[in-house]
Design a protein around this ligand. Structure first.
Ligand code: PLP
Length: 207
């Protein structure tokens, strides 16, 4: 991270490392907390609800981000548990999050997830839908601070990172959630403010 930031002439501290702890047990996560790391990402609400209440009791300043797809019926639980949500991608979910935020007063920072490679099976909104979803979020008090993407697998990711950065700039959004274990240096070069790294920290995930 420091190397990539130096090449990009950015401050390393501008880039936040989200330790992606999905599938990892509390015993695997705790050593990172003891070493002083505080920012973690989970991709499922139910899994996070099992692991994190106890970890947060030990480490109250831990920060938890949701990086996986969110069903509208889990929006309330997610808004209460997560400090940030990276997977906001459709009108129905924005409506559900808005309701939850107004009901419980906790307002996580949100990223609009963009289906940057226009892939059939992938989550994320179409590029063309970004303006209308941002408008809707504003009206419903859903605080969108940036864009997030997962580029297509097995192709060079840099053009997709560059495109996401351009879209964020066009819409006046400051944060960019992009880059994982295999491609975070390129993401940092292209402006990532949050990288999401699992395997490079914890080792390969069990299948
Ligand atoms: C699992 C996951 C990651 C981390 O992937 P690694 O290759 O293990 O670093 C990042 N982002 C999302 C959305 C994920 O689901």
């Amino acid at each position: 991270m420091a190397q990539a930031a130096r090449i990009a002439r950015r401050k390393a501290a501008e880039v936040q490392l989200i330790a992606v702890s999905k599938t990892r047990s509390a015993d695997e996560i705790r050593p990172l907390l003891i070493a002083g790391h505080r920012l973690f990402g989970e991709n499922r609400v139910a899994e996070a609800a099992e692991k994190w209440p106890a970890l947060r009791a030990e480490f109250p300043d831990a920060e938890l981000h949701l990086i996986g797809q969110l069903q509208s019926n889990k929006a309330g639980e997610a808004a209460a548990m997560f400090d940030a949500i990276h997977s906001v991608d459709r009108a129905s979910l924005i409506t559900a999050l808005g309701k939850a935020i107004r009901a419980n007063g906790k307002s996580p920072r949100c990223f609009l997830q963009v289906n940057i490679g226009a892939e059939e099976q992938k989550g994320g909104c179409a590029i063309a839908d970004i303006p209308v979803l941002l408008d809707q979020a504003k009206q419903q008090s859903v605080n969108i601070t940036g864009l997030m993407c997962l580029p297509p697998a097995d192709v060079e990711p840099a053009p997709y990172f560059a495109l996401l950065a351009e879209l964020a700039e066009r819409h006046g959004l400051k944060q960019l959630s992009m880059g994982m274990s295999d491609d975070f240096p390129a993401a940092i070069l292209l402006g990532a403010t949050h990288i999401r790294v699992g395997t490079a920290l914890f080792g390969p995930r069990a299948r």
